[in-house]
Design a protein. Structure first.
Length: 480
């Protein structure tokens, strides 16, 4: 851990064990700095992290206080995954489709959804701007912007990179039909059937589906629920399997929510550069941070063009518009050709509308409101898990995104929980769909990107009851 993480963990433990009670005032930054012998920055970062986790709350001109309900929060997972170190052929799509289709019903409580609520986004404002921009659309732009995309939009994306200190030229950016197309284009650019690809464990199920479709083998690498992939294990996997690519999320990984520290990202890029393994970086949740600034992508540390950075507006601004992009470094020309020979281009009206919206401003104001809402809803979900799930349950507390990873006791079967919950109108995403090896059989991914209301709270209570009943039933033979 870094110093601020260690300080935050120590305070969190004091809250959970009752040494600090709801309403207690934390030491001021000056007092904590003096007593701990750390810098003010370290104290601020620790307090920001605890606030993002819902354990403390800031009061204007008064300081930081332990939040109400903080003791109900479940402990976080502490151990990295331990997948088998083998290349695995993929056969996951049927199970993933079956589970996802069962969740795509409006009257189901969408704890298993992959998307945040569409009500969180300025869709009316976007529609108004799009309608206006279409009227003034240059007819020739429908040809000129086919590939790599709308020039104004690519300029706005490049400016977002620049705000984070990254120099990404507009010529490197390829606009795509969502981030998933960007990721698939990058993957097909650097691999051929039979090649091995390094992935996280657990990983986003769409990466497994992409590997399966292209006839690739997956190598799952141990991943820590707080700070991401184990780099020592990654290097061993590279030396053993000679993979052609590495696909991972460094910021608020789906499903864990892990955030790789900047120093670790730098080491990651240096390691992959040394072994000439391209990094396909899925960064669709990077704008959904709860701290004081956007976490840098791994691409910020790339000096050789080896990082293929992919993102979109679907999770943070415009769901349904299906506008994403790739900034694939030295592979930009090949990715652009791949786009040209497959889908030609993304929606011209959607690109023009998003470009106009970004030019007018208001995006950052929307993001600030969205982040506050997600952070509050995360705390509500985490407290409900702590209250209703069986003893021994752990849940991640990401500093961004909209997913919690829940580790239930080993005796609980996540697929059985999924089946029983669905029969009561509640969707969840069970752990096995996030693994080529079909592990994580006692885990769930839960979505806090939808409104926290009485219906959702009751659904979590019901879900906890199902898990608890399964846990008790499995314990009964042991007790006898």
């Amino acid at each position: 851990m870094t110093r601020y993480e260690a300080l935050a963990a120590e305070i969190a433990e004091s809250i959970r064990t009752g040494v600090l009670h709801p309403g207690d005032r934390l030491p001021s930054v000056r007092q904590a700095r003096a007593s701990r012998g750390v810098s003010p920055s370290t104290v601020f970062q620790a307090y920001y992290l605890l606030e993002a986790q819902g354990l403390i709350r800031a009061r204007e001109r008064s300081g930081y206080y332990v939040a109400d309900g903080a003791r109900h929060l479940p402990p976080e997972p502490e151990v990295a995954s331990q997948p088998e170190d083998d290349a695995v052929p993929l056969d996951v799509s049927e199970r993933v489709f079956e589970i996802l289709e069962s969740s795509m019903v409006r009257n189901v409580v969408p704890l298993g959804s992959a998307f945040p609520s569409p009500l969180l986004f300025p869709l009316r404002r976007l529609g108004q701007i799009m309608a206006s921009s279409i009227q003034n659309l240059d007819p020739w732009s429908t040809v000129d912007d086919l590939t790599p995309g709308n020039a104004r939009l690519r300029r706005q994306i490049a400016l977002r990179y620049l705000a984070d200190g990254l120099q990404v030229h507009t010529d490197e950016i390829v606009v795509t039909n969502g981030a998933l197309e960007a990721l698939n284009l990058c993957l097909s650019t650097v691999t051929r059937p039979g090649d091995a690809v390094l992935i996280e464990s657990p990983t986003f199920y769409a990466s497994l589906q992409a590997l399966e479709r292209l006839g690739l083998e997956a190598i799952e690498v141990p991943t820590h629920p707080r700070e991401g992939m184990d780099l020592d294990a990654l290097e061993r996997a590279i030396e053993r399997h000679r993979p052609k690519a590495c696909w991972l999320m460094t910021n608020f990984q789906n499903p864990l929510g892990s955030l790789m520290p900047d120093a670790k990202k730098k080491t990651l890029v240096e390691l992959l550069t040394r072994h000439d393994v391209p990094l396909i970086e899925d960064d669709v949740y990077g704008e959904l941070y709860f701290g004081d600034k956007r976490p840098l992508p791994a691409k910020a540390f790339d000096t050789e063009g080896i990082v293929m950075h992919c993102s979109s507006f679907s999770k943070c601004l415009a769901p349904g518009y299906r506008i994403g992009w790739a900034a694939p470094g030295r592979f930009a020309r090949t990715v652009a050709r791949g786009k040209l020979t497959t889908t030609l281009g993304a929606s011209a009206p959607a690109q023009a509308g998003l470009a106009a919206y970004l030019e007018k401003g208001g995006y950052d104001k929307h993001l600030r409101k969205l982040r506050r809402t997600l952070a509050e809803q995360q705390t509500c979900l985490a407290q409900a898990i702590g209250e209703h799930f069986p003893p021994g349950t752990r849940a991640t507390r990401p500093a961004g995104g909209y997913f919690l990873w829940v580790e239930m006791p080993k005796q609980v079967d996540a697929l059985e929980v999924h089946r029983q919950a669905l029969s009561q109108g509640i969707s969840v995403a069970p752990g096995p769909i996030f693994s080529a090896q079909r592990g994580f059989t006692n885990c769930l991914r839960l979505n806090y990107g939808h409104a926290w209301d009485a219906r959702t709270e009751q659904a979590v209570a019901t879900l906890g009851g199902i898990a608890s009943a399964t846990w008790v039933r499995e314990l009964a033979p042991e007790a006898s």
